[in-house]
Write a protein that binds this ligand. Structure first.
Ligand SMILES: Nc1ncnc2c1ncn2[C@@H]1O[C@H](COP(=O)(O)OP(=O)(O)O)[C@@H](O)[C@H]1O
Ligand SMILES: [Mg+2]
Length: 224
């Protein structure tokens, strides 16, 4: 396609431009793999070229993609495990690359940070998660140096009970962290996310008109 190359030097209309998105933070259970999977299926459904790298030794994203493949659900997208040749391999892709990283593989995480265009950070609404996000930002700053990088945070697992203010407080605290852009979308704690994930389905495939589906679709629209 004219005007494109795989280094991200491209005009904005170019569909096959390379966009590397890391979905990361330090704590397990924040929803990295769930979000990466739901976004990956959405991109594939939209007919975009999408590949993912699962750099977390828990390999959850790889597992859910394997279940999807075993069940024969379409569309599928490849999930690679190795981060050894990450840099070289990444630049050979075009389209959308998703990288799922966690603190159990700090080297892989740093490598992903140095090559990505942006980092999407799911944050559960607790003080401990805000602290750990602060620490994650420091790791990003150290790995990335002065380079510009978009840091997009959102609240995941927000309480569904409206009287609980914890999510609003956590969102306000997140918004004050250096370099962070707080996304408007919020995912609430909903069993539909777990149910769909365990079956190898995106939540909007299993329960298309659910609140969970609306929430993840709003998040995806904000990101793409
Ligand atoms: N918003 C949510 N509501 C309910 N369950 C969720 C939500 N986000 C994630 N989960 C569930 O929590 C567990 C951990 O999520 P996961 O995506 O594996 O986290 P991480 O990759 O950050 O360790 C999974 O069972 C997942 O389905
Ligand atoms: Mg995970």
């Amino acid at each position: 396609m004219a005007g494109c190359d795989t280094n991200g030097n491209h005009d904005k209309k170019c569909k096959s431009r390379l966009m590397i998105t890391v979905i990361g933070n330090l704590k397990g259970g924040a929803g990295k793999s769930t979000v990466a999977f739901n976004i990956g299926v959405w991109l594939a459904m939209a007919g975009r070229t999408v590949v993912a790298y699962d750099l977390d030794p828990q390999k959850t994203l790889h597992d859910v993609a394997s279940i999807r493949a075993e069940e024969g659900y379409k569309p599928q997208f490849p999930v690679y495990l190795s981060d050894i040749q990450l840099t070289g391999k990444l630049l050979s892709h075009s389209g959308d690359v998703l990288i799922d990283v966690g603190s159990a593989n700090i080297d892989g995480m740093k490598k992903a940070i140095t090559v990505c265009h942006r980092i999407v950070i799911p944050v559960p609404p607790s003080q401990a998660d805000i602290w750990s996000t602060q620490r994650f930002i420091r790791i990003i700053e150290q790995a990335k140096g002065d380079d510009m990088l978009e840091l997009l945070a959102f609240i995941n697992r927000a309480d569904t009970h409206h009287a609980v203010r914890e999510s609003d407080e956590a969102a306000a605290a997140l918004a004050t962290l250096p370099g962070i852009r707080l996304l408007n979308s919020r995912l609430r704690q909903r069993t539909a996310f777990r149910r769909s994930f365990s079956e190898g389905l995106a939540v909007y495939e299993l329960e298309p008109s659910s609140k969970a589906a609306n929430e993840i679709l709003a998040l995806t629209a904000e990101l793409y």
